[in-house]
Design a protein around this ligand. Structure first.
Ligand code: 5GP
Ligand code: ZN
Length: 118
């Protein structure tokens, strides 16, 4: 369920401080420490899944909940309304996908441009 060496498992457990955006029994969301955009937070499942490459049919409801939650949190965090505003969702997977932390996470980015990246 949890990897003792995983930085995001430590954040979820509160052993590493983070700025929390949202939490329920399955999902944790917190501000990215190096934001690319004026609004940039990460959504993670509490269960340690290394990446999208390990997803199984049993994770469908969890990932579905995360995707439905993303716009709610994005707008709560200040992303402007669709269609003029909006946000970007990114899920880097594997080395060539640009993944650095191997606990599945969804980046949610928004706010006025230009952005540092993305
Ligand atoms: P990846 O490149 O794996 O898709 O993204 C990992 C993200 O995690 C990066 O944007 C990075 O800034 C963020 N990150 C890494 N370590 C920490 C940390 O200790 N705290 C927080 N809040 N974000 C982190
Ligand atoms: Zn983890």
């Amino acid at each position: 369920m949890h990897d003792p060496n995983c930085i995001f498992c430590k954040i979820i457990a509160g052993h590493i401080p983070s700025t929390r955006v949202y939490e329920d029994e399955e999902i944790f969301a917190f501000h990215d420490i190096h934001p690319w955009a004026p609004i940039h937070f990460l959504m993670v499942p509490k269960v340690h899944i290394p990446s999208m490459a390990q997803l199984l049919p049993e994770h469908e409801a969890l990932l579905g909940r995360m995707m439905v939650l993303a716009p709610k949190l994005a707008f709560e965090q200040g992303c402007g309304p669709y269609p003029e505003g909006g946000f970007r969702v990114v899920c880097n997977t594997g080395a060539l996908g640009g993944q650095e932390v191997h606990h599945l996470h969804i980046h949610v980015m928004g706010g006025p441009r230009p952005w540092a990246k993305g």
